[in-house]
Design a protein around this ligand. Structure first.
Ligand code: ADP
Ligand code: ADP
Ligand code: MG
Length: 613
């Protein structure tokens, strides 16, 4: 077994690989860019090497920097994760040439599957059914239009070098073909440096079903069953599950056998995924499922397979790369229960899914039996604009599909992230969509009902009431109560928007300056509205507010004490980070509301310094 491993990636997948490597006693080496100096994968690795500026093309995508880091740290092997250099055959070759173990397939397998047209031809020759279409050399617009007519509309134009859902155009009307082709080629040239396209029959009611395959260097190839990734937004996966709803034993056997044939055709070693497109207009049947492409790496959604098979796929990758045979035979692999994964993103569905970057002041994940969180961030970390804004993969296992779906929904509903926006409530609504709940999934569901699913959620009246009570002073002295207190109307700011709330309770003895309302996987900041406009941080007032929810771990001053500007007042701890709060100017501690060990809300008034004249 290898004894040290460099992970040429970042975020959740780097952390995921580190977790298994550590369990196996392997020394781990992280690489990081400027933006990632404080990232979770850097904390979790045994060593970390800085590889350059924040932009990926100047750091994570630079083979020579990764190789230099490996040589400087004496790394025995390199794991590429997914994305970045994972499907770069030249990089894989360079790693091997440097005498380092490449945790992945042979470069020749990557090349064979790298272009969609060549891969489809290879698969057709190996007896694997491929999506009907044109994959020839002729790239003349008129010739391609002729091929599209022969295939029959609707058709899909696909960049042969495409990936990540980019470089694809659905054409439903022949009149739109030439324009769609030109725009697809432009996108392909700029994103992939290759403007060749293929034309495919657009499959009606498409379902994305893929098979996890695994090969070793002793000629063994097995499959680990299928995953259904049909819930997609713009050809990108949103929710994945295993097994696939409605998959019968005979169809599964035929599909998985085809996947193993596909892997064998390229002498596949390591973890790979064969992606198929299925006609979902009726029951699944092997003669209506076609090969689409192969991903020659670990897939984002690999956890759902791990959850139903009990296999740690990263462990298998490391064993196979070390020359060991596959730990289990095909007969020893079975499906236990059901698993579902949702990709929790820092993005705002209400604003066209624009990435939402910034500091994760609050980051809480819901918990459930059978639940699993794969994340690459922590509370207090930054979501930077440089990379994929994924916060976590939220995964749930259950005895059956319904249990997995309910657990995943509960985990997402109980998650709270602030002030960064997330797609959590969008995911919850997608899970509750009647078609999805019934297992009737196809890739166009979100396209059809996306507007409803991306409605911004609003907090419930109950939650607002409770929060508002904590923000207004008590009306009466404690102990004195009216039988039916008259409702008091008061103004508040909800995420900066002025709203009116009719209060029914008594208010609070010690009102807070702000309360985070968390519900439905979302978080909103409720603050008292002030006529003078001095909201929120009460700037310049000497108010010492908690910058995030956390625990007070030390108080260095007492009430009435004189302090000087910059003097340490107290220390707050919020997941893995300590924040020291200091005096903004010379003065006295006029108010002190914090004690060591106390949990505090964001913007809670911890202390107030009064300026000395
Ligand atoms: P999958 O089918 O597993 O979703 P994709 O081909 O869509 O695979 O891409 C794999 C993952 O790698 C995606 O989550 C994508 O965001 C990420 N990825 C791909 N290329 C890059 C890149 N250049 N930089 C950062 N992340 C990338
Ligand atoms: P990428 O390399 O971007 O992942 P794929 O070829 O895997 O490209 O296609 C991405 C998605 O596009 C699929 O998951 C599916 O939703 C859709 N798609 C691809 N080919 C077809 C097709 N022939 N008919 C219908 N939908 C398709
Ligand atoms: Mg794909």
């Amino acid at each position: 077994m290898i004894t040290s491993l460099l992970i040429a990636n970042r975020g959740e997948i780097a952390c995921r690989v580190i977790r298994t490597a550590r369990r196996l006693g392997i020394r781990t080496i992280a690489v990081y860019s400027d933006a990632d100096a404080g990232a979770l994968h850097v904390h979790e690795a045994d060593e970390a090497v800085h590889i350059g500026p924040s932009a990926a093309r100047e750091s994570y995508l630079r083979p020579e920097k990764i190789l230099a880091a490996a040589s400087a740290t004496g790394a025995e092997a390199i794991h590429p994760g997914y994305g970045f250099l994972s499907e770069n055959a030249e990089f894989a070759q360079a790693v091997m040439d440097a005498g380092i173990v490449w945790v992945g397939p042979n470069p020749s397998s990557i090349t064979a599957m790298g272009l969609k047209d060549a891969a489809k031809k290879l698969m057709a020759d190996a007896g694997v059914p491929v999506t009907p279409g044109y994959m020839g050399e002729n790239q003349e617009p008129e010739a391609l239009a002729g091929e599209a007519a022969k295939i029959g509309y609707p058709v899909l134009i696909k960049a042969v070098a495409g990936g990540g859902g980019k470089g694809m155009r659905l054409v439903e009307d022949p009149a739109a073909f030439i324009d769609a082709l030109a725009s697809c080629k432009r996108e392909a040239a700029s994103s992939f440096g290759n403007d060749h396209v293929l034309i495919e029959k657009y499959i009606a009611s498409p379902r994305h079903i893929e098979v996890q395959v695994f090969g070793d260097s002793h000629g063994n190839v097995v499959h680990l069953f299928e995953r259904d990734c049909s819930l997609q937004r713009r050809h990108q996966k949103v929710i994945e599950e295993a097994p696939a709803p409605g998959m019968d034993a005979a169809t599964r056997e035929a599909l998985c056998a085809a996947a193993v044939r596909a892997a064998r055709a390229v002498d596949y070693v390591g973890a790979g995924t064969i992606e198929f497109i299925a006609d979902g207009s009726g029951a699944l049947s092997a003669d209506r499922i076609w090969f689409m492409e192969m991903n020659t790496r670990l897939q984002v959604e690999h956890p759902v397979t791990e959850e139903i098979t009990g296999v740690d796929l990263v462990e298998w990758q490391l064993r196979v790369a070390s020359g060991e045979p596959l730990p289990l035979s095909q007969e020893e692999l079975t499906i236990d229960g059901w698993a579902m994964e949702a990709r929790l993103y820092a993005e705002d569905p209400a604003k066209g899914f624009l990435p939402s970057t910034g500091r994760l002041e609050l980051l809480q994940f819901g918990e459930a039996e059978g639940g699993r969180i794969d994340t690459g961030v922590y509370q207090g970390a930054e979501v930077s604009p440089f990379y994929d804004p994924m916060i976590a993969k939220v995964i749930a296992w259950g005895e059956d599909r319904e249990e997995a779906r309910e657990r995943l929904g509960a985990m997402l509903e109980d998650s709270a992230v602030w002030p960064v926006r997330t797609n959590a409530s969008f995911l919850v609504m997608a899970l509750q969509h009647c078609d999805f709940a019934a297992g009737r999934v196809d890739t166009r569901l979100i396209g059809r009902d996306g507007e409803v699913l991306s409605q911004p959620p609003v907090p419930s009246d109950e939650a607002l009431q409770t929060a508002a009570e904590a923000l207004v002073p008590a009306v009466l002295a404690p102990g004195l109560r009216l039988n039916a207190a008259p409702a008091r109307k008061a103004w508040f700011l909800l995420d900066g928007e002025k709203i009116e709330i009719a209060l029914e309770g008594e208010g609070s003895e010690e009102p807070a300056n702000g309360v985070l309302v968390t519900e439905q996987g979302q978080a909103w900041l409720l603050e008292p509205w002030r006529r003078d406009g001095a909201h929120g941080a009460a700037a310049g007032s000497g108010a010492i507010l908690a910058p995030m929810p956390g625990k007070v771990i030390a108080v260095d001053v007492s009430e009435g004490q004189a302090v000087t500007k910059g003097q340490k007042l107290l220390t707050l701890e919020a997941m893995k980070m300590e924040h020291t709060l200091t005096a903004p100017f010379d003065g006295v501690v006029a108010e002190l509301n914090a004690g060591a060990g106390q949990q505090v809300q964001v913007e809670a008034l911890l202390a107030r310094i009064e300026e000395t004249a």
